[in-house]
Write a new protein. Structure first.
Length: 398
């Protein structure tokens, strides 16, 4: 919005510093705006949640006796703090994003749809006693359906070209030794699959393999959304990891937006991907601000409203940047948490009710082993930081 206002003033003859139109400047300002808004609005928001008696539900004694004992004091802590995160992000994004960029609207749609889905889940848990919210199959179906629509838009050329009159479809430039650079349409670059520490795509899922790209996009977006949701079980755990992962992807988005830097680092140049960087830095700022109140002992939890939406944003961003593998590396904690639940369920079902972990997700396993909650969170943050560094190092070590 401020970009449009600055352009309007410039047409009237006002001298507006060009620095405010740079991606790097807007990344910093968007992150700072979201951070400050979350901290400033936090007290009133938390007070309102207490008045509405929107308390956190915990596992029952029958389901997890030790966990119910350890987390019993959290029962009345308000949840749905994701509303605070998403609201702060929305205000910051309206100020600093380019509202004519297609990436802005794809990520905004992701935020709204998955935020609403998570909000509905939280509402049902709070509205009806002993309710576990939306049924798992229904929630998964909604996530898969939305992810499929994103995949269809990116992979089906007629849909991409249909919107060019309003929003310019994303394009990329690939470095080719013989001819310099080659321009790729959306459906041509999105099917390229890159892995860290390797030059060029390891696979191009075009032609008859495009169906694999379709399912890969669905898997990444849905998996990322649910993985963050599963990680959100201890004070500050998910928020801290979200800050690190969004900063890593934001760096890749920023570098992918500069053709000279992309050529130097031998990565794909994606026109307009700087807007993805602005969006991700806004997420990082809001998550960091939320950590002010979500750190131990937490005054508020983000709930599914925040975790499903923020995880989905990471997934969609990695798909738009063709950096799905980088998301898996930088978000190693999210991957480990999701895998621990999958393995626990499979083991219980097919190994005569035997469990691999004392309790799943993984962070609860360490609580069962006697680790204090703060130790689990800090050590998981350290591991997350380590994998974030590994992900960034892949820019040069390839």
């Amino acid at each position: 919005m401020l970009l449009l206002f600055a352009e309007f003033l410039r047409e009237l003859g006002w001298k507006i510093p060009l620095a405010f139109t740079y991606f790097s400047t807007r990344m910093i300002l968007a992150a700072a705006t979201a951070l400050l808004l979350t901290i400033v609005l936090g007290p009133r928001f938390i007070k309102k949640l207490y008045e509405l008696k929107i308390g956190q539900s915990i596992r029952s004694v029958e389901e997890c006796p030790l966990l119910a004992e350890l987390h019993g004091k959290k029962k009345d802590t308000p949840t749905m703090g994701g509303v605070l995160i998403l609201s702060s992000m929305a205000i910051s994004l309206l100020l600093w994003m380019d509202l004519s960029n297609v990436f802005t609207w794809i990520l905004l749609l992701t935020t709204v749809v998955l935020g609403f889905l998570g909000g509905r889940d939280d509402y049902l848990k709070l509205r009806y006693k002993n309710s576990k919210g939306l049924k798992a199959k229904k929630k998964m179906l909604c996530q898969v359906g939305f992810s499929a629509l994103i995949a269809l838009y990116l992979l089906y050329p007629p849909l991409t070209k249909a919107g060019e009159k309003i929003f310019k479809a994303p394009t990329a430039k690939e470095q080719v030794k013989a001819v310099g650079t080659k321009t790729l349409a959306t459906d041509e670059y999105i099917v390229r699959f890159y892995v860290p520490f390797y030059k060029g795509p390891v696979a191009t899922l075009d032609g008859s393999l495009k169906i694999l790209a379709f399912f890969l996009i669905i898997f990444v977006i849905t998996g990322s959304s649910n993985a963050v949701n599963l990680t959100d079980g201890l004070d500050g755990l998910a928020a801290g990891c979200l800050v690190m992962v969004s900063l890593v992807l934001g760096l890749f988005a920023f570098l992918s937006n500069h053709i000279d830097l992309a050529r130097y680092l031998n990565i794909l140049y994606i026109e307009g991907s700087g807007e993805i960087a602005v969006y991700l830095l806004t997420l990082a700022g809001a998550a960091l601000g939320f950590l002010w109140y979500n750190g131990y002992p937490a005054q508020v939890f983000m709930g599914d409203t925040g975790s499903l939406a923020l995880g989905g944003i990471l997934g969609v961003s990695s798909v738009l940047l063709c950096r799905e593998a980088i998301l898996a590396v930088a978000g190693a904690i999210f991957v480990a948490e999701a895998l621990s639940v999958i393995l626990q369920v499979l083991s219980y079902r097919y190994r005569n009710k035997k469990r691999i972990f004392l309790c799943a997700p993984l962070h609860h396993h360490f609580e069962y082993k006697g680790w204090p909650e703060t130790k689990v969170v800090i050590r998981f943050w350290i591991v997350s930081l380590l994998f974030a560094i590994i992900a960034v190092s892949s820019l040069k070590l390839q």
